[in-house]
Design a binder for this molecule. Structure first.
Ligand SMILES: Cc1cc2nc3c(=O)[nH]c(=O)nc-3n(C[C@H](O)[C@H](O)[C@H](O)COP(=O)(O)OP(=O)(O)OC[C@H]3O[C@@H](n4cnc5c(N)ncnc54)[C@H](O)[C@@H]3O)c2cc1C
Length: 402
């Protein structure tokens, strides 16, 4: 793999870093202390600036008003944007919309694209992805209770979902529901678009996560689908292909998440260094003079570098050989990068002492918000089991031990 960054990308990354520093980091205290709705007008202004700079929607194709970056380039952009909470939102590449946009582009009918995709890519509306259920294991997603039964020209949806991120204020949900209960397991579910103003779409609450319920884009909802009827034309992709489409959504999506986590690590390293270099710890010494802090700095730097190179290599493999070829790497980066981030954020918090526990720095919010990285998009254990099984199988086959 060629790790060189093109001149064009270097310019883009410089522009983004400058924008994040000047325009977005100063908004962090507002983000942490005020309702989402109060922040939206100022974020809209920032989005306009980004559009003027032609940096809007870096992932999405140019014909849809995006920058059309490839996966490696987009990964680098995610890294730069994730240094602060609102980066991906202001640049129009926030989850869960980015993933939904990709599947609507690939599977949406022209009518679905006109009604749902066009305003979504333009940042005029938001969406959510509703798969995980309260009573079934998300780590084994083929176990779903939610059903969508075709009655005449409508699907009637019933089910109890939660962790539908960003549902509060979203225009529509992409819901995973069982449409073909008699089919083979992986062909039982379908994706269906459900406008959130449909009767029977009942947002029960924004779930408090680590003590914070959040609101708007920055929230995770519990939703009851109660005889929720949508036209059969809102089926997204072929019936029974829900899991196949979900898999497509998740592969490259893990690059976005993992590079975002590297960005969070980078920010934590900036904060660690700043604090260690300025915090007196005895009359003539700063925290940075202590060898234990120096060791942490070195260890964090090594782990971040390792994670970053693994992720970029994986993105390059997906870009050049497809997601199937990168399956093992996708699992490796998912649990490894999440673990690195957790350790780096924890070290940053420790270096800041009592200050680290407050919301006066972004570290505590990273700490509570990003613990979930080891759970969503595949829990650590499932990724590790899948990697280990493959390695053992290959080793066994090579040595004639199977
Ligand atoms: C912040 C956040 C945002 C999310 N956003 C969304 C979203 O937008 N849309 C959506 O649909 N879902 C979302 N999710 C849900 C997420 O995908 C699930 O939480 C995840 O798939 C795990 O499912 P579960 O919570 O049901 O845990 P379970 O499946 O009950 O697993 C619990 C634990 O069991 C262990 N475990 C599981 N399987 C195995 C195994 N095979 N071997 C050994 N141990 C195992 C793991 O330690 C795991 O953490 C989000 C979750 C979080 C925390």
């Amino acid at each position: 793999m060629d790790f060189a960054i093109s001149e064009k990308m270097q310019t883009i990354l410089e522009l983004i870093n400058e924008f994040v520093d000047k325009e977005l980091i100063p908004l962090e205290q507002q983000f942490l202390s005020r309702p989402w709705a109060e922040l939206v007008p100022v974020l809209e202004e920032k989005r306009e600036m980004v559009k003027q700079m032609e940096l809007w929607a870096p992932l999405h194709p140019k014909e849809w008003g995006g920058m059309g970056l490839d996966l490696v380039e987009y990964g680098l952009v995610c890294e730069a944007l994730a240094r602060t909470f609102t980066g991906v939102y202001v640049f129009g590449c926030q989850a869960p919309d980015a993933g939904n946009i990709e599947i609507l582009m690939k599977y949406g009918t022209p009518e679905q694209q006109e009604r749902f995709l066009e305003p979504l890519v333009a940042g005029e509306i938001r969406s959510c992805f509703s798969m995980t259920e309260v009573d079934q294991p998300g780590s084994n997603p083929v176990m779903l209770d939610t059903t969508a039964v075709l009655e005449g020209d409508e699907y009637v949806i019933n089910g109890h979902k939660w962790y539908t991120s960003s549902a509060d204020g979203a225009e529509f949900a992409i819901v995973m529901a069982v449409t073909d209960p008699e089919a083979p397991t992986y062909l039982q579910a379908s994706m269906i678009i459900v406008p959130t103003n449909t009767p029977g779409f009942n947002l029960v609450r924004n779930i408090p996560v680590m003590g914070h319920a959040g609101d708007g884009w920055h929230s995770h909802a519990e939703i009851l689908y109660q005889n929720c009827r949508v036209p059969k034309e809102y089926l997204l992709g072929p019936q029974g292909q829900g899991f196949v489409i979900a898999q497509e959504r998740l592969g490259p999506g893990r690059i976005h998440h993992c590079m975002r986590w590297v960005g969070i690590c980078n920010r934590c390293m900036e904060l660690i260094c700043e604090r260690a270099l300025t915090r007196p710890i005895s009359p003539n010494k700063k925290l940075a003079d202590k060898q234990i802090i120096q060791t942490w700095v070195a260890e964090c730097a090594a782990e971040i570098r390792a994670a970053r190179l693994m992720i970029l290599n994986c993105a390059w493999t997906i870009e050049n050989f497809g997601a199937k070829e990168a399956r093992q790497d996708i699992s490796l980066i998912k649990f490894y990068a999440a673990g690195v981030m957790q350790r780096v954020v924890d070290k940053a918090l420790q270096v800041h002492g009592g200050l680290g526990m407050t919301d006066d720095t972004p570290i505590a919010a990273f700490y509570r918000g990003e613990r979930a990285a080891r759970i969503y998009d595949g829990v650590d254990e499932v990724h590790k089991i899948s990697v280990a099984k493959r390695i053992l199988k290959e080793a066994g086959a090579a040595k004639g031990l199977l």
